[in-house]
Write a protein that binds this ligand. Sequence first.
Ligand SMILES: *[C@@H]1O[C@H](CO)[C@@H](O)[C@H](O)[C@H]1NC(C)=O
Ligand SMILES: *[C@@H]1O[C@H](CO)[C@@H](O)[C@H](O)[C@H]1NC(C)=O
Ligand SMILES: *[C@@H]1O[C@H](CO)[C@@H](O)[C@H](O)[C@H]1NC(C)=O
Ligand SMILES: *[C@@H]1O[C@H](CO)[C@@H](O)[C@H](O)[C@H]1NC(C)=O
Length: 523
Amino acid sequence: MFALLLLCAFVSASHGARILGVFMTPSYSHQVVFQPIWKELSLRGHQVTVLTPNPLNDPTLTNLTEIDLSFCYKAWDNYSIATLGAKEHSSSEEIKKLSEAYLAVSEVQLSHPEVQDLLKNNSKYEFDLILVEFLWPVMYGFKDIFKCPMVGIASLPLTGTANEAIGNPNNPALEPEFTLPFSTNLSFKERVISTIFKVLFKVGAKVSLRPKMEKISQKHFGNIRRLEVIAQDVSLVLVNSNLALQNVKPLVPAHVELSGIHIKEPKPLPKDLKTFMDDAKEGVIFFSLGSNIKSELLPEEQVNKFMNVFSQLPYKVLWKFENENLPNKPNNVEIKKWLPQQDLLHHPNMKLFITQGGLQSLDEAIRSEVPILTIPFFADQRYNSHHLAQSGGSLSIDFHSFTEEEFKEKIVELISNPTYKKQITKLSKIASDQPMPALEKAVWWIEYVIRHDGAEHLKYPGVDMPFYQYFLLDVIAFMAGTVGLMFYILRRIFKHVVVTYKVFSKLVGPLSNSIRPEKSHAE
Ligand SMILES: *[C@@H]1O[C@H](CO)[C@@H](O)[C@H](O)[C@H]1NC(C)=O
Ligand SMILES: *[C@@H]1O[C@H](CO)[C@@H](O)[C@H](O)[C@H]1NC(C)=O
Ligand SMILES: *[C@@H]1O[C@H](CO)[C@@H](O)[C@H](O)[C@H]1NC(C)=O
Ligand SMILES: *[C@@H]1O[C@H](CO)[C@@H](O)[C@H](O)[C@H]1NC(C)=O
């Protein structure tokens, strides 16, 4: 009883905090990770204000204020991120495009009248905590405006820069940037590419991207600290990842993994889909390229290849396809604009999931124990595909170069060879075996930061250390100098000895020469 009272007192200490959430990325697969967190915090009695392009608009959440930024999808679409994905392109082209889109989106979001009111009339508002999507540093400026602790949340594994900000290792041999098409077990060539990529990325960010970010930051937040410095001041980062999908690596305590926060309990299927699934005794293939890659962007040639292969298969195919109709659609293919992905994947007749390899989709298929064929397009999809294929749960094809034979062979292999299902089941158990549900963990850690007033005790001191101290350059220079000096002194002494000896032997030379024959005599 006493323990319970104590617990209540402890828990209520962090209750009723005023929290500002800044979740900028206009992509549902990002927002779906953040939504349950801001909703749950408001239900627990915190006063939550959120900037988001995907508001929940739930009037029963009386402690929640959402500033609707959905208009920024227009600015995002202006950069044709999805079209870029459907075309052949390089990793650097992609980063350039994404950076431009993020710059534009952060500019329009910060210019929005309600956000301007928050910024310009900031003395009217008070917050105890900032929650921020830990991806695009411009938005970290809110921390300096409201002068309170900041917790980061990431819907993807952290970028190299974000890892460095909290003190996680950022080793190119083990942690390639997630836009690269490899993940674990890097070959020599891949390690070279990974290293060059990291260095170029760092230099590129420093000379080109950072100044642009700082410009937006100065314009809207005024004279605050540099964004890089604010990033290092984050109390904690909650990261959507788990060991079924990411590499093992040493993590600082301020990096907390949330595994599968968007995973929901399966719900019954709508009647038509249920009948479709139940009747498909031969099995169903579910084909969806996510919310970014619209089917109408796909080149006709590739769409025809898909259809030709599907028509030769004994399985039914459910294809998430945005257009109303698909000319020459084979009889065993059913197209739908929208499908309840998680619930469908749970159906026992589901045999295979064909996906672009987004993290959330892969996580859902793994939890449902369905083998996977990936067709990666951009961002982290190639990395994810590679990682899952390495662990034996999936196969992959290249969208731009695949052949019908290859596509068909891989589908048949994934469905008929039981090792894939077995491996996915193993990964599913790894991903879901957690000490507490992800949402509870997220809220616990956020309230922990509030209870401990920013939890500065979690901060890794390596983060603030100058570069030369962190990499021991001063120590190495000192030791090298000392060793060099010692050699120098020894050499000088040796030279002296040699000179002295030479002088000495010149003086006593005749004498020692006259001794030698005697010595040899003695032998
Ligand atoms: C709003 O917060 C109060 C405490 O501040 C809490 O008692 C109430 O249940 C919350 N309401 C909702 C709908 O979450
Ligand atoms: C789209 O981009 C162009 C230039 O790239 C810019 O002039 C225009 O304002 C943008 N439109 C939106 C809605 O952001
Ligand atoms: C600041 O608040 C005042 C009074 O509420 C309002 O008239 C003004 O438009 C606000 N400023 C901004 C930039 O929104
Ligand atoms: C790593 O790659 C090498 C050769 O590419 C292979 O022999 C080895 O089995 C791989 N190791 C793991 C853990 O996948």
